[in-house]
Design a binder for this molecule. Structure first.
Ligand code: ATP
Length: 336
């Protein structure tokens, strides 16, 4: 059943502890590897989708500004997919607000497309369950498949073989069990500006040219198996160690791409040094970085204030946030 008044959804970004880096199918957003993330309880994106029978095209507003170019094309293509599934032709009015810097390697696209998927599915009456929403969100941005779920989520790459429809069905995220893991991520926003090379372009170049890509993808599978076991044990130091090596390995694949993609800045390395210093002092703190210079430090919730203090001292004048595990994407009551 469609929501004639439109639908509004909220979703949060997620930070991968086992990274998504590299698509095997760009059209269907199918990755080469499984990935695993923590959805955050900060930086929500709120997106409203309303059908407009009179409109000849979709209108998209992001943070109060009409979207254009790549963002507009991406959202319109996504809505086209939703319309095709719904068997409806009405265009939509989309209004979205990010509280996270957009396109800065802070996973704005993950929260953004998870919120859009949930709101658009409701507005067009797709009647999807959480797994179906995760598959749908994947078609907007791969990592958005994970933000449909709260806490820790695993995105299955799915079977490489089979038809398009089978491959699509096999690639979705689902919650992963953890035992008594009281984790926090300290997020250091070292540069909130948009990146020079988009994640999409960077992963494409890495897969096509980096001699380190295949070895990393192989070892990432092993990291994932170890990570799942560590999460089940509630073993924070093991979770952190695996996450840190997986992220550094991913950045190594990019550094070896031709030409190289380097997102890490001098400020990144200074924060990484402060994380090493924390470990020398006996604090279980581990770093992970995405397609940008910003650093996210995994630690126990009880240590988060201390870790944030040390990171702040290493990154003077920069914003440092503390995030815990957050909720999955959901419709908000408001205008349903
Ligand atoms: P990361 O590499 O960590 O995922 P990111 O998601 O910030 O960082 P990109 O993957 O380059 O960076 O994606 C950013 C793009 O996602 C934006 O340029 C925009 O096109 C799209 N996007 C971001 N927020 C929204 C939103 N709320 N609604 C729709 N599209 C969004």
């Amino acid at each position: 059943e469609r929501c004639d008044g439109g639908a509004t959804a909220v979703a949060h970004p997620n930070i991968a502890l086992i990274k998504y880096w590299g698509k095997r199918d760009e059209r269907l957003f199918l990755p080469w590897t499984d990935s695993l993330s923590m959805t955050l309880d900060i930086f929500p994106t709120t997106t409203r989708v309303r059908l407009d029978a009179a409109a000849g095209q979709d209108t998209v507003t992001l943070d109060g500004v009409p979207a254009y170019g790549q963002t507009l094309r991406r959202v319109t293509a996504f809505l086209g997919l939703v319309r095709e599934r719904a068997g409806l032709r009405q265009r939509a009015v989309v209004q979205s607000r990010n509280t996270v810097p957009t396109g800065a390697g802070l996973a704005s696209s993950a929260g953004g497309f998870a919120a859009l998927a949930v709101a658009a599915a409701a507005a067009y009456g797709l009647g999807l369950d959480a797994r179906g929403l995760s598959r749908l969100a994947r078609r907007g941005s791969g990592s958005a498949s994970r933000s449909v779920f709260g806490g820790f989520a695993l995105w299955h790459a799915g079977d490489a073989a089979g038809t398009d429809a089978e491959a699509d069905l096999a690639s979705y995220a689902e919650p992963v069990p953890t035992a008594g893991l009281d984790a926090a991520l300290v997020v250091a926003v070292l540069d909130a500006g948009p990146k020079e090379v988009s994640s999409r372009a960077a992963m494409r170049r890495t897969v096509a040219t980096s001699p380190l890509y295949r070895p990393w993808a192989r070892s990432s599978g092993e990291d994932l198996a170890e990570m799942r076991a560590a999460l089940l044990r509630g073993d924070l130091p093991a979770v952190g160690e695996i996450a840190e090596r997986n992220a550094l390995g991913m950045h190594a694949t990019m550094l070896a791409a031709r030409p190289a993609v380097r997102y890490l800045s001098p400020a990144t390395l200074t924060v990484l040094d402060s994380v090493l210093q924390l470990r020398r002092e006996g604090v279980a703190a581990y770093a992970t970085m995405d397609a940008g210079p910003n650093v996210k430090v995994l630690c126990a919730r009880a240590d988060a204030q201390r870790v944030a203090g040390v990171v702040r001292a290493a990154a003077p004048g920069r914003a440092v946030h503390i995030a815990g595990p957050g909720p999955g994407a959901r419709l908000t009551g408001g205008d349903r």
